[in-house]
Design a protein around this ligand. Sequence first.
Ligand code: GLN
Length: 549
Amino acid sequence: MAKYIFVTGGVTSSLGKGIIAASLAKLLQARGVNVTIQKFDPYINVDPGTLNPYEHGECYVTEDGAETDLDLGHYERFLSIFTTQANNVTTGRIYQHVINKEREGAFLGKTVQVVPHITDEIKRRMLLIGKEGKYDVVITEIGGTVGDIESLPFIEAVRQLQWELPDEDVAVVHLTLIPYLRAAKELKTKPTQHSVKMLSETGVHPDVIVCRTEEPLNNDLKRKIALFCNVKVEAVIEAMDAPTIYEVPLAMLQEKLDLICMRKLNLTNLKEPELDKWKEFLDKLKYPKSKISIGLIGKYIELQDAYKSILESFIHAGAMNEVKVQVVNVHSEFITDENVAEKLDGLDGLLVAPGFGHRGIDGKIAAVKYARENGLPFFGICLGMQMAVIEFARNVLGLTDAHSTEMNQQTGEPVINMMEEQKRIKMMGGTMRLGAYPCDVKPGTLAHTIYGSESISERHRHRYEFNNQYMEQFETNGMVASGTNPDTGLVEIMEIPSHPFFIGVQYHPELKSSVENPAPLFVHFIGAAKKHNEGKLTMKNPLLQSEII
Ligand code: GLN
């Protein structure tokens, strides 16, 4: 049976509960503890898959094809572990399960209520992963802020578990904000006192209080917080704003967050944390040898959370190449054939982002054309790869009507088409081609150099695919499929061998990049961009429209 740590948040949202939870998990893992993290989200959606990125940022996809909260991405990136469907539970999923059971008649004529039926189901899910026997510690992050109506049943479930489980099997970490009043030049503890009071009124007693702050907390302040919030002084942890999220585990180590939790959970005889690889990464991240600029072409660029995993993958790959990757956000809606050269001037590489729907695709196609014709390293992900295929069809193969049936169902040249099995699907939630699928990589291609393997597996989230009827035309004219699904023949990777670095992938390599295992595609893309920056990349045989047609 595992031990459980619950992480709650108070005062405001966006305090970084996910990062604190992941940092604590990292420290425990570095001491040899088998640890995983799960997130309970209070909204009614069954999962975030149907949410617009403006609402909820990126939708993170796990190996088993669950569409989940982006915090699961942080957990995987910090811990280099895979999470699953069970690691992200929403209020919607809980209610769906209970209501289905009610329809089956499973409650034998009883009135179905929030307490105990909903809270029982929440508790069952909270304990589920811990019962697999794989983990010593399961950390559960409770989404939302204490005091929200929505998160009350989750907090109530934590209260019940705090009583039901042995004392040394449960710890509660509460994250709050200590605001700094500039005019008074003072840190204020009152909001934290209120937030802990509110938590205590629900019956949950925090064992540790982690205080987000812009300024260092002195001992007097820590003592004051301890006194008003009923915890020991050493259980008041300072969490100063950090220049990068990857420094937070070391900051928490210094503050002894791991030790205080270990003491509460009676985890004894653990080794000193082994963090050499992590520190090596941090060193490279903090002291890059040069700087490159990468254009991120997308339609949600005003909202950084929409491309969270891509941005983090750049950080991992940048450290690996010892360069600082400056990401230049270019809104695809505002790129035209006329201004593309000016908009993309000075960049060392171009990443065309995933996405859905029509908005901004003309700009994406113009950007691909520019990269292809000018020998600029190009990396297209999912919709980005599909746009590269359309651009090639239109401007190299001369199929001027070429399109994806997602954007134009009547197109005469459907080079990107809806997958056969998708045509029967009517429901939107959880019905895309999701999760990990194998891919065969053709020897002698760029993809093969990058992966160093003929057989890989990557994660997916799409409904459309390359239309294999056009394969011969593409391959004889210079764009080749270097990766395909071994069972269905679905195209996973397209590349242009005559270009210094031009690759598009149907899958999402950013979902498997972690600090300790950066995604190979990102590492090589950044490597190519670095060479471009140094003037060492030359166009081998540009595929200009005029030469081909
Ligand atoms: N909209 C495209 C599809 O469904 C691409 C999806 C994506 O970029 N994740 O196939």
